[in-house]
Design a protein around this ligand. Structure first.
Ligand code: FAD
Length: 499
């Protein structure tokens, strides 16, 4: 330990982000003597509707040494093999963004290029035919419920749906067992030093909490990063105009499907997330195109009688201009917000934490280190924004003002370039390390009906007669795996029995 090491950390907020931060930081800093305190208000609730995740959630849970056999029952979790999009390209149309591999690489060319050639040759393939995850999802099955066990086909990946309130509770116990101190108090304000760094948190009713490093997980209000440090917000409403959500749970009407459903609506879209004990539903919409009452009517007519009154949430798409300012790092909703169409928010908490570890400061808080963190996270936010925007900007829908407006707005440059590249030759050029790979982009392009003019010329180097033979074999192999796989319901029941 250098004498400039961080000796204490204060985390403000006990939602998913706060407790995830407490778990990972206490895990990483154990043995260093660094004291971690999490302060959460007894009166300000959490958002608590973050329910769908993506496959790297398992890496995070493993890293903080969570026992999945305890976690899955405690959080009412179900498995997720991808997202099924209904009515996005056109009403009645449906497509998959499944996890895991697609087809097989032939002569080292990614399969989606082979797929493009097959289409050009008049074979009329469909993307879900070559995805095990999509085939399992449609059949309501899981290749193997335990992500620690490799599936029957390499490359199958899955994620979880869970009850975010129960997750925060689970992670709280986990973090407290590792020595994190919890204070149930409301922070009144942050006191600043002359150089603008946070000196201490003044607690409502008296008392202070001082630390070397502050983690702002206070939700949309950004108590430290915005209210105290004035980081500023980059507003992306011009691209992503949805600014409201109505969330309402319903009872199960059948076995829980192992996927998230995203159904396009008149002025936004609706999620359907199956948990063990209920179904989470919500309508993400733009208040510029529909009022709250009409949105509620539209939601209820789609989902039927809810188990509780619909809960309204307001937000602005975008991110803080700086997510790390001086001795404060913002995570979760305090750092920014992207509508949950691709379940990126909880992942952004993990990613912010990993980057924080990669740029972990000492008490000198080198500004160049902070700038590097901010650059990396801003870039990540922007690629997710572009990926979400892709689901809208090429729609063929023109039945409501909201949908007509989606194809009218100019696109961010990087997305416009990706669209042009794909249309020309079926390539995406996602950078190494980008969460959404070429394959993810392919699924959305394909699902939204964007077909490239040409395919990768190197695919012509393969013997196409052999390729023709491989395609039905692949589909048959996938069908065989599906036929012998347990249902999602049976797999969940086995885990709950074991716990
Ligand atoms: P919050 O849950 O808002 O927690 C804030 C905490 O700060 C609370 O504990 C509060 O008490 C505390 N606090 C605030 N002010 C003070 C104060 N003055 N003093 C002390 N404590 C204070 N993410 C996904 O990954 N998948 C999804 O499917 C998904 N769906 C979503 C749907 C909607 C409609 C919304 C709005 C978000 C969704 N998210 C989703 C995002 C997800 O909910 C959040 O990213 C995640 O829950 C993290 O929230 P948080 O902890 O940052 O904030």
């Amino acid at each position: 330990m250098s004498d400039r090491s961080i000796r204490s950390i204060a985390i403000v907020g006990g939602g998913t982000a706060g407790w995830m931060a407490a778990c990972l930081l206490s895990q990483t800093l154990r043995g260093t003597g660094c004291a971690i305190t999490l302060v959460e208000s007894p009166d300000i609730g959490t958002v608590g509707v973050g329910e769908a995740t993506i496959p790297p959630i398992f890496d995070f849970l493993k890293l903080i040494e969570v026992d999945l056999d305890a976690f899955i029952p405690a959080t009412q979790a179900t498995f997720k093999l991808g997202i099924k999009f209904d009515d996005w390209r056109a009403i009645g149309d449906s497509y998959w963004h499944p996890f895991g591999t697609f087809g097989v690489s032939i002569d080292r060319r990614p399969f989606h290029h082979v797929f493009h050639k097959a289409r050009a040759q008049g074979l009329d393939p469909t993307a879900p035919q070559f995805s095990l995850a999509a085939a399992l999802g449609d059949a309501g099955r899981l290749a193997h419920p335990d992500p620690r066990v490799p599936g029957p086909l390499a490359g199958l990946r899955q994620a979880l749906h869970f009850d975010a309130v129960l997750v925060a509770r689970f992670l709280r116990d986990h973090a407290e067992r590792r020595g994190v101190r919890r204070l149930e108090r409301e922070v009144a304000e942050a006191k600043l030093r002359d150089d603008g760094f946070i000196e201490a948190l003044a607690l409502k009713g008296g008392g202070e909490l001082a630390a070397d490093l502050y983690i702002d997980c206070s939700g949309f209000r950004g108590l430290l990063i915005e209210q105290a440090l004035g980081a500023g917000y980059e507003d992306w409403t011009r691209w992503l105009p949805c600014d409201r959500a109505l969330a309402a749970p319903t009872a199960h009407a059948g076995p829980p499907p192992p996927y998230t459903q995203a159904v396009a609506m008149d002025a936004g879209w609706r999620w359907r997330i199956p948990l063990q004990h209920r179904v989470g539903n919500g309508y993400v919409y733009s208040s510029a195109f529909i009022d709250d009452g009409a949105a509620q009517d539209e939601l209820l007519s789609a989902i039927g009688q809810p188990l509780a009154e619909p809960r309204k949430l307001s937000f602005t798409a975008g991110r803080r201009k700086t997510m790390w300012s001086r001795n404060c790092v913002a995570l979760g909703l305090a750092s920014g917000f992207l509508e949950p169409l691709e379940s990126t928010s909880i992942h952004l908490v993990c990613s912010g934490l990993y980057k924080l570890l990669d740029h972990f400061p000492d008490r000198d808080f080198a500004s160049v280190n902070i700038a590097a963190y901010n650059r990396a996270l801003a870039d990540e936010y922007e690629t997710y924004r572009d990926f979400i925007l892709l689901h809208y900007c090429v729609t063929a829908r023109d039945d409501t003002a909201f949908w007509r407006d989606r194809t009218a707005a100019p696109l961010p440059d990087r997305l416009a370039e990706r669209l042009e590249l794909y249309r020309a030759c079926g390539r995406v050029d996602a950078k190494p390390g980008e969460l959404f790979t070429d394959l993810s982009w392919f699924y959305i392009f394909e699902g939204m009906g964007v077909t490239p003019k040409a395919y990768d010329p190197l695919v012509d180097a393969s013997n196409f007669q052999q390729v023709r033979a491989v395609l039905p074999e692949l589909t048959a192999r996938i069908a065989a795996v599906v036929a012998q796989s347990p249902t999602h319901e049976a797999a969940l029941a086995a885990i709950v029995r074991r716990s």
